[in-house]
Design a binder for this molecule. Structure first.
Ligand code: ATR
Length: 271
């Protein structure tokens, strides 16, 4: 029987996930169907339960329901617990498992597709909202020389750093004005500023020679990436992260990790 999966969000029509998972399923010979489900803003849990009742096996969760999915899950993976948000649900024996594959997707894109090691590197994470929080544990898992979280509201960055440094990790938090005189090998923009075409007040010299600048936003040249390109950094958008987080979800559901390079190439063709 064909297994059913879906991505749920509001809005959802723009989602690339159905296409990504259809390509994964075709390439790996999996008998599955993956659809896009629009949930009313006050009807997330009912939409999930309805999908389970219809025989659904798993779901991806996107804006604005990731925190609600976290609360709905019966069991959480450690990375979902650390993220405080869930982007992947798996339904097994009447229980809802909540996972978060966003951070693993980011790390897989940087270390795999972009071929940049994070181990022993100086990494700067811009932002301290949900997107930033979701990738801290997977980034620390790569054992960077240091992870600095910088945010417009400095206290939020410091709070996040305190939370994650509890087990001895080298992670600090600061405001943008404290970045002067420091440089990094990898700079990741996890703020939502680029969505509004807003630049960030970043000092000169932030990008070490040969640095990678990564914006989680995809499909547009954000002011952050434009600044990074001018400073000589190698630039990457978040499309690879999107494909890799999907591959991690596929692995959870189907027990195999699909090849991502052909899917990423197919999506790039349509940009
Ligand atoms: P998301 O789920 O996308 O992370 P969020 O939790 O609302 O969304 O967090 C948005 C992040 O982008 C925050 O770090 C926010 O900074 P503040 O904590 O100071 O609000 C950051 N952000 C949004 N707009 C910004 C801007 N114009 N300049 C700098 N940072 C911005």
């Amino acid at each position: 029987m064909t297994d059913r999966y879906a991505v749920v969000g509001n809005p959802i029509a723009h989602s690339k996930s159905p296409r990504i998972h259809a390509l994964f399923a075709a390439a790996s010979g999996q008998d599955m169907r993956y659809e896009a489900l629009l949930a009313p803003l006050d009807g997330f849990a009912a939409t999930v339960r309805g999908f389970i009742a219809d025989g659904g096996r798993g779901m991806n969760v996107t804006v604005p329901f990731k925190e609600e999915a976290f609360r709905l899950a019966d069991t959480l993976t450690p990375r979902a617990r650390a993220a405080g948000a869930v982007n992947t649900l798996a339904f097994e024996q009447g229980r809802i498992l909540g996972d978060n594959t966003d951070g693993a997707g980011l790390v897989a894109d940087i270390t795999g597709n972009l071929d940049r090691a994070l181990a022993e590197r100086r990494v700067l994470l811009l932002g301290a909202g949900g997107a930033a929080r979701g990738c801290i544990l997977p980034l620390l898992g790569e054992r960077p020389a240091r992870l600095l979280i910088a945010n417009r509201t400095a206290e939020k960055a410091r709070g996040l750093a305190r939370e994650f440094s509890a087990n001895g990790a080298n992670v600090d938090g600061c405001g943008f004005d404290e970045l002067s005189g420091q440089s990094f090998d990898v700079v990741i923009n996890a703020t939502s500023a680029g969505l509004a075409d807003t630049g960030l007040p970043l000092p000169p010299g932030l990008f070490a020679p040969g640095a990678l600048a990564y914006d989680m936003v995809y499909g547009k040249a954000t002011p952050f990436l434009t600044l990074a390109a001018t400073a000589g950094a190698r630039c990457a958008d978040g499309l690879g992260m999107l494909v890799e987080q999907a591959a991690e979800a596929f692995l959870l559901w189907r027990g195999l990790r699909p090849a991502t390079a052909p899917v990423l190439a197919a999506l790039r063709k349509n940009e």
